[in-house]
Design a protein around this ligand. Structure first.
Ligand code: HEM
Length: 402
């Protein structure tokens, strides 16, 4: 389609912040207008200076009253969107959760339900892009890499990946945001976790010594990560040989718009269209991509984790997929070496594989062949989603000690 890999990856923008000397230039001033948002209006305040006051106040009070462990325990059994909150929660938290679990007025049920059939067909590609694209891209988002590395999850990356993969899984099931799903609860619990991180990380000497900001996970940071998931995946899918209808593309955007809202992002920062998303992504994501000591360490933990669990693929395959979906510059920043054999296999094998799968979807009985990529993902999902044990997102109560 005549778009360069870099353009596809970065919403048509330039990867310009890090020059030959590795110097990071400051992100440009925030000018993205609320007119481009889902609600078409807003204050226009720079989201780098906005966090999540409603969640932060409640969670701060939980820490002050020493109630975080109790709340984590009480919320462990709260998993489904239609489930009432458990008894015994502190009143301020209960009020917050009742409000936070509401879908926005602009949520469109028909678009939300249109996502599942799309995911059923294309979940394989989306999982590859979330895992080896967005997941690895988070390692070159310095603020995110530092927050993850120095928070409690940095000491147990398998647990952290399992919990993050839960969100990626819950968003893709039938009725994800409706009574039969779990995505609302997963997002709201994540919102509490982020508020706990905002409370805890500023007390970490390691984090303070390396992070430029005084408080982590601003609204701008959340949208940066949102683009690394949603906008990146949408753009990369568009570069592969598959036809995505406008309705499918809009459904994909919509599940992520609602997700952003449930994660506590103000509506005025949530893009209304993919064009608006790309414009915002060019402003907040492209210029800040850069290597960091923490990101490189995380990338190596992630790549080695795959080989530790013997997925039937080697670490080299993971690296080659990363290089394929994210390109040379980011993969080189992460100090993941070139793998001549598997790099070529993925680069040359993936487009025909996608084309083949797409072709078989049009057949009355799609063939059930053995496919390396399928197997890789099945094993990966088993690993990430963890041996049948329930995955529960909880508020951390401490930072990474190291
Ligand atoms: C925790 C998703 C943005 C840093 C989590 C968890 C999920 C999640 C599902 C729970 C998993 C866990 O507890 O380990 C998301 C999504 C985002 C987003 C979908 C945006 C769309 C961010 C950003 C940062 C961040 C921007 C930092 C700049 C963290 C940290 C934890 C966490 C430090 C806690 C890890 C711990 O338990 O110590 N996030 N996140 N997240 N997230 Fe995010």
């Amino acid at each position: 389609m005549g778009v360069s890999r870099r353009g596809v990856l970065l919403g048509g923008g330039m990867l310009g912040a890090v020059g030959a000397l590795g110097l990071v230039s400051p992100a440009p001033a925030w000018t993205w207008a609320p007119a481009g948002s889902v609600v078409g209006t807003g204050s226009g305040v720079d989201p780098h200076t906005v966090w999540d006051p409603a969640a932060d106040t409640v969670v701060q009070a939980l820490f002050e009253r020493d109630e975080v462990d109790l709340v984590n325990e009480l919320l462990a059994g709260w998993t489904d969107n239609d489930q009432p909150l458990p008894a015994g929660l502190p009143t301020d938290l209960r009020d917050f959760l009742e409000q936070a679990r509401q879908l926005p007025a602009w949520a469109d049920g028909s678009k939300l339900s249109a996502f599942f059939p799309f995911y059923e067909k294309r979940g394989l590609y989306i999982a590859v892009l979330y895992g080896m694209g967005s997941g690895m891209m988070s390692c070159v988002i310095p603020r995110e890499a530092k927050a993850v590395y120095y928070s409690a999850g940095g000491a147990d990356m398998k647990d952290r990946i399992a919990k993050t993969a839960k969100l990626g899984y819950d968003i893709g099931v039938r009725d994800a945001f409706g009574p039969g799903g779990k995505m609302v609860v997963t997002c709201v619990k994540t919102r509490l976790t982020h508020a706990a991180v905002r409370h805890l990380l500023p007390a970490s000497g390691h984090w303070r010594a390396s992070a430029p900001e005084s408080k982590p996970i601003s609204q701008a940071d959340i949208m940066v990560t949102w683009h690394s998931l949603a906008t990146f995946t949408r753009n990369r899918l568009a570069s592969w040989p598959l036809e995505v209808t406008t309705a499918e593309s809009e459904a994909f955007l919509h599940v992520w718009q609602v997700t952003a809202h449930l994660l506590g992002v103000a509506d005025e920062y949530i893009p209304a269209t993919w064009d608006q998303a790309n414009a915002q992504s060019r402003q907040v994501l492209d210029p800040i991509l850069a290597p960091s000591k923490e990101g490189i360490a995380l990338a190596h933990i992630l790549v080695n984790m795959a080989s530790d669990y013997d997925l039937g693929i080697s670490r080299t395959m993971f690296q080659s997929f990363t290089r394929y979906v994210l390109g040379d510059q980011i993969t080189d920043w992460l100090e993941l070496p070139r793998q001549p054999v598997t790099d070529a296999m993925v680069e040359r094998g993936w487009p025909p594989f996608v084309a083949f799968r797409e072709g078989t979807m049009k057949l009355p009985l799609p063939p059930q062949g053995y496919w390396m990529f399928d197997e890789f993902l099945r094993q990966g999902a088993l690993f990430f989603l963890g041996e049948g044990r329930p995955i529960n997102i909880t508020m951390p109560t401490a930072n990474n000690p190291s």
